[in-house]
Design a protein. Structure first.
Length: 234
């Protein structure tokens, strides 16, 4: 894990474009998992640049690149707090590659929540199996909150516990019912670029240098990623 100070959103975008482009050039399938929040504009920019980089090879990219989410806020498809809806509102153009949104067109209610988590878990397990077989590169775009949360995993939440066999989980936070990866999935990520902008993130970045229990500082789970670049403007 490397922290890059005095960085910009462009630095994050370029790092991801370079990593993903190299794999696509080698005809290697790539799963690109993104978060919402402050990193959403970066995700849209990365997708735009990848589409521009392979203008005459979009059919190939459609087979090689899949876009999905690291975490989502449960509700009907397109609801105002949805991370996927945020990407679309920022101009995400996904015609050149495959997409796997977490929410379905009729998603609503507790029964649908359970089914949505099961489908997401199955999707992540399939990706993990392909990764283990060396037939898929998994890249992630994440953020870090000033309280140390990442990937929709809040401190002291059910998702922060390092005891899940599943790769996806849902839980209720103060504002949202969240669907996110569990700590068990971090080890399957080959490369992650993490954006931590703002002076208020300085303390939590310093805490990454300490051995703090991840249940109270979930960003510690980033250390499990094979290659992780953290970009900050402080």
């Amino acid at each position: 894990m490397v922290v890059h100070s005095n960085s910009t959103l462009e630095n994050v975008s370029e790092a991801l474009v370079q990593k993903i482009s190299a794999r696509i050039t080698q005809n290697e399938p790539v799963l690109f998992l993104v978060s919402g929040g402050s990193s959403a504009p970066i995700a849209v920019d990365v997708c735009k640049k990848l589409t521009q980089r392979f203008p005459s090879k979009n059919d190939r990219m459609r087979w090689l690149l899949t876009l999905s989410l690291i975490d989502e806020r449960f509700g009907p498809e397109g609801h105002p707090d949805s991370n996927w809806a945020l990407l679309e509102s920022l101009g995400l153009d996904h015609r050149a590659f495959m997409i796997v949104p977490v929410l379905g067109s009729k998603t609503n209610g507790s029964a649908d929540l359970e089914n949505t988590v099961k489908h997401f878990d199955t999707f992540l397990n399939t990706a993990a199996e392909k990764h283990a077989a060396g037939s898929m590169f998994i890249a992630g775009l994440l953020g870090i909150g000033k309280d140390g949360h990442t990937a929709g995993i809040l401190a002291d939440s059910p998702a922060a516990a390092d005891s899940h066999d599943s790769l996806a989980i849902a839980y209720k936070s103060a504002l949202f019912t969240r669907i996110t990866i569990t700590p068990a999935f971090f080890q399957h990520i080959d490369y992650a670029a993490v954006w931590a902008g703002g002076e208020e993130k300085k303390k939590t970045l310093e805490q990454l240098g300490s051995d703090i229990p991840p249940v109270i500082h979930p960003a510690q789970y980033l250390k499990r990623i094979a290659e992780c670049d953290i970009f900050t403007d402080v």
